[in-house]
Design a protein around this ligand. Sequence first.
Ligand code: B1M
Length: 220
Amino acid sequence: MSEDLLRAMRQSVIDGAPDTAADLAARWLALSLDALDAIHHGFLEGITFAGEQFGCGQMFLPDLLASAEAMKSAVKVLEPEMLKRGSQREVRGKVVLGTARGDIHDIGKNLVGTILTMSGFAVFDLGTSATPEQFVARATDVKADIVGVSALLTTTMAGQKAVVEAFDRHGLRPGIRVIVGGAAVSKKWAEEIHADGFARSAMDALELVKSLMAAKAGAS
Ligand code: B1M
C-alpha cells in the first residue's frame, strides 16, 4: 500500500499535478506514516527525475515549474505534521537561512528550515535571492548562532562566497558560523570559500548545525 502511494507521489510531481500531490500527502498522513519518508522516498524522487529530464532537454521550463508546484503543495500538507515534533522543545540555537543572491530555488532550503525547526532550532528565513547585507542585518538583529546559504545554480554559488566575506568584513565570524549547501555545492567549494561547513542534505544540515552548536557550547 505505502509502496503504491510512494510511486503515485513520485508520478504526481513528474506530472506537475499539485492537487493529486496534496491529496496523496494527506492520504499518507491519514495512515500515520512518517511525513519525511513521503518526501524522501516519494516526492523528492519525482522532482529529481523532473530535473534530470529538464537537464537533458526532455522537459521544458513550464513543466518543471508545474513539477515544483506539485512538490510544494505536497510539502505544505506534510510540513505541519513535521513541525509538531519540534513544537514542545526549548530553542537549541538560532539559524538564519536564505537562498543566495540571484537564485529563486527554495524547495531544498525550505526543507532544511523545516527539519531544523522540527528539531528545536529557531529559524529565520530570508527567502530567496537574499543579499549578503540582508544576511548580516538579520543575523545581527536576532543574534544568530549560524547562517545557512543555499545555492542551486553554479552562477549563484558566488553569492555564498559573498556572504562569507561579508561576515568576515563585519568581524562577525567565528561568533556566527556560515554554512553552505544546495545541489550545486560541494565540500570542496565550501573549503575554497572558507565557509564553516557544508551539508549535502537537509538531514546532514541538521547534524552539521548540531555539531557546530556543540562546539560553540564547548568553547564558551
Ligand atoms: Co531549476 N535548475 N532553474 N528550477 N531546478 C536546477 C538547479 C538545474 C540543476 C536543472 C537542470 O538543468 N538539470 C539547473 C541548474 C544548472 C546549473 O546551474 N548548473 C536549473 C536551472 C538552469 C534553472 C533556471 C536557470 C532555468 C531557466 O530559467 N532557464 C531557473 C533559475 C532561476 C533562478 O534561480 N534565477 C530555474 C528555475 C526553476 C524553477 C522555478 C522551475 C524550479 C524552482 C522552484 C522553487 O524552488 N520554488 C526549479 C527546480 C524545481 C529545479 C530542480 C529540478 C529541482 C530543485 C529542487 O527543488 N530539488 C533542479 C534540478 C536538481 O537539483 N535535481 C533545478 C529538491 C530539493 C529538495 O533539493 O534543492 O537540492 P535541493 O535541496 C537539498 C540539498 O541540496 C540540501 O538539502 C535539500 C534537501 O535534502 N540543501 C542544503 C539545499 N540547500 C541547503 C542549504 C544547506 C544545507 C543543505 O545549508 C545552508
